[in-house]
Ligand binder design. Structure first.
Ligand code: ATP
Length: 902
């Protein structure tokens, strides 16, 4: 390969010499073979610094925690005091715990990687003369990249064809005003941001272009900066912060307990070694070792489930926020509707026709086309020319390559027998005013054999403002106010039927017009497209309503179309005709209280601009709502960013929207949002559940150690016994709870405020009660054993340990929701819970039956009677709590998953 790379100053070279230097073609691009060769030669288009943490580092990090340091001290102290068995046991616990942590982190990492793989970006290129989509990482120098509004540029390149291209280069320059690009060769020292170049990471705001790629990966301007600055890897989510706040609280509780214990020990003149040992036991007991990692695993696993249900979460923090969302601002086309568009009505000045396309042929339902043949011809011509769907791809691919409305127009032209290909060859496009949701218009200028032709399409209101005359059959007449009113009324009537209406106009010139060619057009007619609501949408919306989430439609479409669809899908009641059109909305600065209330009480907004979407988000947020907002266009990015949860459409969304959003929907469907909300709530409920479980277990250990210190010194638990419970057996049931399915009422409760702590005051009370019950059961076991079996302190200790172990394991069943059944609930249905219990009981059996491990944990083989006391006492907590559940099934007293407090 003769390419000298990286290329210097591509902006100052003539396009031809650049093409030569890169051995590529301005029309056909690289051949596929050449592209793959180059991809191998130049490497993938990704930054080298995007490296992952090595497994060694991950393994090492498992030992990097204060509790492990403390345990190492305890281990070495045991060695020093010649208690080798205990030292070995402590080291084994440390290693086992590190292994559990390592595999859990690995699992979380695998889930996150799977998630990232679903979120790869694509670029449109021409290879071997054909347009195709490739993963952006395969882009290579010499590729011919196609850009249009909404794209994020995936490599640096020189513009070779341009149509009103405007690019937001703020990632590179910090300047957020769009830069107007040019195709001219520059002599000046353009360096970082030349006007005839586009740069990786910048966003196309307007227009379109073809670009020859000159640099990829770290050779791009942004790549150089990223390599210099390095990437920040810290991603602390609000959940992480809450967990560390909770951990700190527990540490304080421990310190206080340890303090009380140590002072009383000193007063009672207990041996120093005993005070020290018990203090360490307390510290170990209280520290919720498994908490952060179980939370990470639960989060990552839940996110993977969400992704399988078509919602890819890009920002970890959104999972929690999503569960708290109480209003969803959604667009209509494609999210609530199928976005499979069928032509239903053709409306011309002289007649209106109900039509359908069957077997590729246009059929007229009632009357024939005679009076409007000329209009149909013009309309199909405009629809074919003012159209950005590539013709050189198959019919199936067209759907993924273009706006469905434009695909439908090509299908209409074909069905009407219009020669689309010949026409596009005959009328070469020489300029374009691309569609934008602000203007709601698209217009193209073409050079024909004997003149120039302007083709325009757009919303009826916008297009009529650009029209001066109208075509009726072969005659062109004046478009007076009466005619305008008639057309607008017609459009309104069609919209009220739920149709998407698009109007068409044209103008011929003999000379090439100036840049401002969108005026004095001749109106030709309208097409009413049927875009039916998605089949599953009604259920999804009613699920959201019963979950206390308000749904608001904000669309660019006609108010009547919007209202019709809103009623069909259940966003508004059949008799609710409230709709606010964008033109009615005052500027946000002058928004009075009365208007804010009107906005908050209206569920349908139509003909809105992206700026107004942003303003509506603002009104909701100021009123205290947690807002999820959907968007797809390049101009939706600010609103997506502002919303608490920005949701972009994976199929029809622009890359800019996808990069800005915190969630991307793979299938663009609203139902996926409602499922994601349910999953978000489930994840949070799971996290809350295992936190309650772990903390109540930890607290019971603290209580037991402290109380035994005072009441039954000899039966005191040994540090290693607590360590075993806390670092080995507690973790598995907690993890199982973290991976479970939520209870069935998760979407029947109001959303919770994501700003609240994981554990509410009521939850703390519940935790305290659980801990006291478990403590009581251990004391009961000791008491029963002392009265009926033996007063041998070694046996009493063993009974205390085994009762605590079993009671904690059974306690996992207390974690089911108060609303669910006793035998059949989300915990008993969770197979991970059963697996965890099996594993933990096996571990206890192994420790109990092997003399070495038994000795290390100070255990003895105890009598059947002693075992009976263990059994009776350990099932007491579960019996008590389940009894409470039966008695108070309807009244929420002890429950932490109440109607108001999830
Ligand atoms: P939503 O905002 O719910 O996705 P929408 O797709 O109708 O609805 P926009 O894309 O902003 O909203 O379109 C607004 C209007 O612009 C449409 O009602 C239609 O009249 C017109 N329009 C849509 N697509 C095109 C297009 N490709 N070319 C010209 N005009 C269009």
């Amino acid at each position: 390969m003769e390419i000298r790379y990286p290329l210097k100053a591509a902006y100052s070279q003539k396009i031809e010499s650049l093409l030569n230097a890169l051995s590529t073609d301005v029309n056909d691009g690289l051949s596929t073979v050449e592209a793959s060769l180059r991809s191998k030669y130049f490497g993938l288009n990704i930054y080298k610094s995007q490296k992952r943490k090595s497994l060694w580092v991950m393994a090492f990090e498992q030992f990097n925690s204060p509790i492990v340091y403390l345990l190492l001290v305890a281990g070495f102290a045991s060695l020093y005091f010649k208690n080798q068995a205990e030292a070995v046991a402590i080291f084994i616990v440390i290693v086992v715990n590190a292994m559990i942590g390592f595999f859990m982190e690995l699992q979380a990492r695998i889930s996150m990687r799977a998630l990232r793989d679903m979120d790869i970006s694509f670029s449109r290129v021409i290879r071997g003369g054909k347009s195709c989509e490739i993963p952006s990482e395969q882009l290579t120098p010499g590729d011919l990249l196609l850009l249009e509004a909404g794209d994020v540029v995936s490599g640096d390149g020189r513009i070779v064809l341009i149509n009103g291209l405007q690019v937001d280069e703020s990632p590179l320059t910090g300047e957020s005003f769009p830069v107007i690009k040019t195709i001219e060769t520059l002599n000046d020292d353009g360096t970082a941001a030349a006007k005839n170049m586009v740069y990786k990471g910048t966003a196309v705001m307007n227009g379109n272009a073809r670009v020859i790629i000159t640099a990829i990966a770290e050779h791009t301007e942004l790549g150089k900066i990223s390599e210099m600055v390095g990437r920040s890897t810290s991603t602390q989510t609000p959940l992480d912060l809450k967990i560390s706040k909770l951990t700190k609280k527990l540490i304080w509780i421990t310190l206080v307990m340890t303090g009380i214990f140590a002072i009383s020990g000193v007063i009672e003149r207990k041996p120093w070694l005993q005070i020290l040992e018990t203090s360490i036991a307390l510290a170990v007991a209280a520290f919720p070792e498994g908490l952060p990692i179980v939370a990470t695993v639960a989060l990552a696993y839940g996110m993977l489930l969400m992704a399988r249900k078509n919602a890819i979460v890009k920002k970890l923090s959104s999972v929690e926020t999503l569960g708290g969302v109480n209003v969803i601002l959604t667009d209509k086309t494609g999210t609530l509707t199928e976005n499979k568009i069928f032509v239903e009505v053709l409306s011309f000045p002289s007649q209106e026709l109900d039509v359908s396309i069957k077997n590729g042929l246009l059929e007229f339902k009632k009357s024939g086309i005679e009076k409007s043949r000329e209009n149909l011809l013009l309309l199909t011509r405009i629809g074919s020319l003012c159209n950005n769907v590539p013709l050189n791809v198959s019919d199936k691919d067209k759907k993924s390559f273009g706006d469905p409305i434009e695909v439908a127009l090509l299908i209409l032209a074909d069905a009407a027998g219009y020669p689309v290909k010949n026409t596009t060859e005959e009328f070469k496009r020489i300029a374009e005013m691309p569609f934008s949701s602000e203007t709601k218009l698209m217009c193209t200028l073409h050079k024909g054999i004997d003149g120039f032709l302007v083709s325009a399409k757009g919303s009826v209101e916008s297009l009529l403002l650009k029209c001066k005359s109208m075509q009726s059959g072969n005659a062109i007449g004046d478009l007076n106010n009466d005619e305008r009113r008639k057309i607008l009324l017609n459009a309104e009537r069609l919209s009220a039927l739920g149709l998407r209406v698009l109007a068409f106009a044209y103008l011929s010139y003999t000379e090439r017009p100036g840049d401002d060619y969108l005026h004095d057009l001749t109106y030709v007619g309208m097409v009413g497209f049927l875009d039916p609501p998605r089949t599953d949408i009604k259920d999804a919306i009613s699920a959201c309503h019963s979950a206390g989430i308000k749904i608001v439609m904000i669309t660019g479409d006609h108010p009547m179309t919007a209202l019709n669809i809103a009623k069909k899908v259940g966003i508004t009641a059949a008799d609710d005709n409230k709709v606010i059109a964008g033109s009615e909305l005052p500027e946000i600065e002058s928004l009075e209280e009365e208007w804010k209330e009107r906005i908050l009480s209206t569920s349908v907004f139509a003909r809105t601009t992206p700026k107004q979407k942003l303003e509506i988000v603002d009104v909701y947020q100021k009123a205290g709502f947690i807002v999820a907002m959907t968007g797809d266009g390049v101009n939706d990015a600010p609103a997506l960013k502002k919303a608490d949860v920005g949701i972009a459409m994976g199929l029809r969304g622009t890359q800019v929207a996808k990069e800005t959003a915190s969630i991307v929907l793979k299938d663009d469907s609203f139902s996926s949002i409602s499922q994601a909300v349910a999953q978000g709530r489930e994840i949070f409920q799971n996290i809350q559940r295992f936190v309650i479980y772990l903390v109540s277990c930890n607290l019971s250990e603290i209580f037991i150690v402290t109380l035994l210190g005072f009441l039954a010194d000899g039966a005191m638990l040994f540090p290693l016994q607590i360590l075993f419970l806390n670092m080995v057996t507690d973790v598995f049931p907690a993890l199982a709870l973290g991976l479970g399915k939520g209870d069935t009422t998760v979407m029947q409760r109001p959303p919770r405020d994501p700003k609240l702590d994981i554990i509410s005051n009521r939850n703390w009370l519940v935790i305290l009660i659980y801990a006291l019950i478990i403590t009581g059961s251990v004391l009961l076991a000791i008491y029963l054993c002392k009265i009926y079996v033996t007063a041998d302190v070694r046996v009493l200790n063993n009974v205390a340990f085994l009762t605590l172990a079993a009671a904690q394991l059974f306690h996992v069943f207390n974690m089911s929701s108060l609303h669910s059944g006793i035998a059949k609930n989300e915990v008993t249905r969770n197979r991970f819970v059963w697996l965890a219990l099996l594993l933990c009981f096996l571990l206890i059996a192994v420790v109990y039956f092997f003399p070495k491990s038994r000795a290390a944990l100070n255990l003895n083989l105890i009598s059947h009677q002693a075992w009976l006391t263990v059994l009776i006492a350990s099932i007491l907590p579960i019996l008590l709590v389940q009894l409470h559940k039966i008695v108070f099934k309807k009244r929420v007293v002890l429950g932490h998953f109440s109607k108001t407090d999830n």
